[in-house]
Design a protein around this ligand. Sequence first.
Ligand code: GTP
Ligand code: MG
Length: 195
Amino acid sequence: MYVFKSEFVASSPNVKDCPNEFFPEFAFIGRSNVGKSSLINSICKKKKIAKVSGKPGKTKLINHFKINDNFYITDLPGYGYANISKKNKKNIDKLIIDYFLYRKQLKLIFLIIDIRHKPLEIDLNFMSWLINQEKKFSVIFSKSDKLKEGELSAKEYMLELKKKLNKKPKYFITSSKKKVGVDNILAHINRYIVS
Ligand code: GTP
Ligand code: MG
């Protein structure tokens, strides 16, 4: 799929305020700082359409971007950022959970994992919750430019997932820095739009 148009549509503090048009929607979620917003910039082919920061906790709202006047992608706050108050953490957790539970337009969730990380409890718990809620998700390994043996590391991660969650989702290896893997993600999205 070729991206000929990408635009920022809205930032919403909760699921009730999200745009109510019925475009198919694809969400990007994962721990803070794994590179969700950077990946969205790569997909949109715009350097700053989504806010990026070296400091975790940059994205705080549900951000909708419309692609090719045809579908939405959403950039969400990261989970698991330790350095915030309990109240803020609770608010973010609620925003994320409500979004996944109640957003009817949602077709598929992309769960972003930093390719250098082994399966972490927080990610496994989140995947387990998605499975219990019968939500479809694929895994995206980010920052592949940071690791030489990226392919091997991703395979090992997926084996662990199979062991721990009895699930082997589809996965993608990407680098926003090197612009790797974006085409495969768009091709995958396209399958959900046409079917
Ligand atoms: P929150 O919004 O805080 O949850 O973070 P996020 O997951 O949206 O991460 P973001 O895109 O803001 O990127 C976090 C940091 O990782 C930034 O310093 C980025 O420049 C860096 N980064 C993101 N993608 C890549 C990548 O593919 N390669 C490298 N080397 N760095 C990356
Ligand atoms: Mg972000």
